[in-house]
Design a protein. Structure first.
Length: 328
């Protein structure tokens, strides 16, 4: 969950002016949240309980700590379930690059892993650090700071995304472009909407259609998709044609023909697809690796994925075997 408003993230079919997030710096999960008798705990990748179910909210670990709420205040636990930062904040993000964004007194700042302020609360909005910079809002405009709180890119943008692969999607007025870490335009504003770079490619919208550009700003896959496509991962990206999803390669050729009701990004060699309302997984040539059978499924991380069946949550490995059977 991000610290800033999700309204900045464009909906899957939206073509409104925006910069979107793929969170390309997401780390592999080491501990997995499970629910039992209405409480959340954690298992490791073998399905062994590491922290007994006891929490009301989902513990998700980043940089070794997970945010947790008691009453109306947020703090952080370590991987033994012990509070290392007492609940005291009105809201928090996740730890990223040794700092976590927190909100107190209706403004945002950053703490270290001891709970001490590294950057005092002062921003209207703020987000996790990514590639050593964090985007913050000052006087209604977005800019970027370094880990000591120094302003690296002056607040000037109406919309801005995290840095990904050294570039960030930004807009001033009615066009989206990309800046480098000095705030200089690497790709001049010219697109209706844009997504973060991933695998050296970024999805952009022109005239109501989505295509892809490279880091020079050249269009390498012509805008042709009406629905916001996925990111490139493992050399493939999910795209929709006439309501059916498939996968293209970096030349824009179909590696897997459109045939799914929905499709996710590739992770750990597999991608989630939906057929007749059920989620399953395919490999990079479209072979069914795990048949559609789940009501919901996440992408794989560290060899496991979370699935939901009849409101119960479980985990499967890449062979489709349960390491944690569905529980609630």
């Amino acid at each position: 969950m991000r610290a800033v408003s999700s309204l900045l993230i464009c909906a899957i079919s939206s073509l409104a002016l925006s910069c979107g997030y793929f969170k390309s710096d997401k780390k592999e999960v080491e501990l997995f949240p499970v629910k039992q008798n209405g409480k959340w705990g954690l298992i490791n990748k073998t399905g062994t309980l590491v922290i007994n179910p006891q929490f009301d909210s989902i513990p998700e670990f980043y940089d070794g700590l997970a945010r947790m709420k008691i009453g109306n205040k947020w703090g952080f636990i370590d991987q033994t379930g012990k509070y290392v930062i007492a609940p005291q904040f009105d809201s928090t993000g996740h730890f990223s690059q040794e700092l976590a964004v927190v909100r107190m007194w209706n403004v945002w700042g950053y703490i270290d892993d001891q709970g001490k302020y590294a950057i005092n609360p002062q921003y209207e909005e703020a987000d996790d650090f990514s590639e050593d910079l964090a985007r913050v809002k000052i006087s209604g405009q977005w800019g970027y700071i370094g880990k000591k709180g120094e302003i690296v890119v002056n607040p000037q943008f109406d919309i801005a995304s995290d840095f990904a692969e050294e570039l960030a999607c930004v807009s001033i007025g009615n066009a989206v472009g990309y800046i480098d870490k000095e705030g200089i335009y690497a790709i001049t504003p010219q697109f209706d909407s844009g997504k973060d770079f991933s695998d050296e490619m970024a999805a952009v919208a022109v005239g109501g259609k989505w295509g892809y550009i490279d880091k020079s700003g050249a269009i390498v896959i012509n805008p042709q998709f009406e629905i916001t496509p996925g990111k490139f991962s493992d050399g493939l990206a999910a795209v929709a044609l006439e309501g059916q999803w498939g996968y293209i390669d970096k030349e824009g050729k179909y590696a897997i023909t459109p045939q799914y009701e929905s499709a996710g990004d590739f992770a750990n060699g597999l991608a989630r697809v939906v057929v007749r309302g059920k989620s399953g997984f395919v490999d990079k040539i479209g072979t069914v690796a795990i048949g559609p059978q789940f009501d919901l499924a996440m992408e794989f991380s560290n060899g496991l994925t979370r699935v939901e069946v009849d409101g119960r949550i479980g985990y499967i490995d890449k062979s489709g075997n349960y390491t944690w059977p569905p529980t609630e």
